[in-house]
Design a protein around this ligand. Sequence first.
Ligand code: CMC
Length: 436
Amino acid sequence: MSQIATLILDGESHDFPVIVGTENEPAIDISTLRARTGLITLDQGLGNTGSCRSAITYIDGERGILRYRGIPIEQFANGPNFIEVAWLLIFGRLPTSDEYAGFARELTHQANIDEGMKHHFDSFPRKAAPMAILSSMVNALSCFHPEFLELDSPEKFWAAAARLMSKIRTIAAFAYRHSRGLPYMYPDPNLKYVPNFLHMMFSMPYDHFICDELVRDAFNLILILHADHEQNCSTSTVRMVGSSRANLFASCSAGISALWGPLHGGANVAVLEMLQKIHEGHLTPQEYMRLAKDKASGVRLMGFGHRVYKNFDPRAKLLGQIAEELLPKLGKKDPLLDIARGLEAIALEDPYFVERKLYPNVDFYSGIILRAIGIPVNMFTVIFAMGRLPGWIAHWWEQNQSETRIARPRQIYTGNGLTDYTPMPGRGRTPAATEG
Ligand code: CMC
């Protein structure tokens, strides 16, 4: 039987339907709240707000569950194939072998970027952050592919999605090459998605990078584990921008900017910096933990905690295992892995972290794996963006296909009451705000 939530306001009752998702997660549908009561809700950080209905990804943060289109992420760990998972997320089901082959062919076909676009890289300063370049260049795709500004058929969407998926990898690699003053390496049509990216990152005109199978699989899995995470900050940004009917490239470019922040995708860089600081002896793990628990210090244990997971982040579990397996197989011993394990052990026993249900998140181990593969730290968040792209594309399309209104939240105004304009010559120091 369907449930009703009743709001009593000044003695008057207002009933709102309780709706449930496919996994029985309940929500009060307040779509008519303002029209009926004149009230809005205030939910800073939106932790209690469902902003849409979505059929892409399911998370149960209490139980540490993450599923793409119903499939638990652990099932992608064997022979990981990022492009297959990208198809699943974007088009809603696993591809047939023909569909997969056709999409993969298109990715190969579209891997080059317009030569005109290539010149843009040269005008960025060497020290420019690769995330800034990535966001700019993904937006610039709107200039080079105006035929995709409106996606009015599934066929056109397919072509635009393939183009974006393919070109982001070339843009990402070129951003790195530019930052190092290295010659751009063109994509190799004989290579698959991940080996091709690593070739553009690491080959030289006189020395072809050969991608080890272990590295290929680890990198595929990293991309898969970042591929979608329902209404996180960057995905919500893509949906917010897309709700104005902004094009796919512009919306994903905005998502990249949102991902850049250290509380979101930028945390993988912050984790490495934290581990490095401890390794260099600036702080012991115990001292760092003391600071992380002291609110006044402004320090957090980076790579720990999550808005949704109040249990182990299942992505962190898989990445922790890969780090343990990959490093010895690559003949690498990274002291930062030991430090990370040490911090994790302390945190899992410490009442501060236990009571707040703070566990390692996806960023805690991803940097250590990327470092072992040879990816420089300033590219970590770029790799996160490459991984998250199919999720952004899927959400943009899902929203585009539904009858969504432009996203336009309300606010509680806390500024000045009615205030008169004072002409410049008569102005003293800024007057104190008048209470409203
Ligand atoms: N270290 C120390 N204390 C923490 C941490 C942390 N990493 N995370 C949360 N807390 C404390 C916080 O101070 C608060 O304490 P109190 O209740 O005493 O005020 C409590 O735990 C709840 O934290 P919150 O800030 O209200 O939680 P949130 O849901 O707003 O933030 C978060 C989630 C991920 C931003 C936060 O846990 C954090 O800053 N973590 C470190 C940064 C990080 O690793 N980010 C990557 C997130 S996963 C990848 C992604 O989605 O991009």
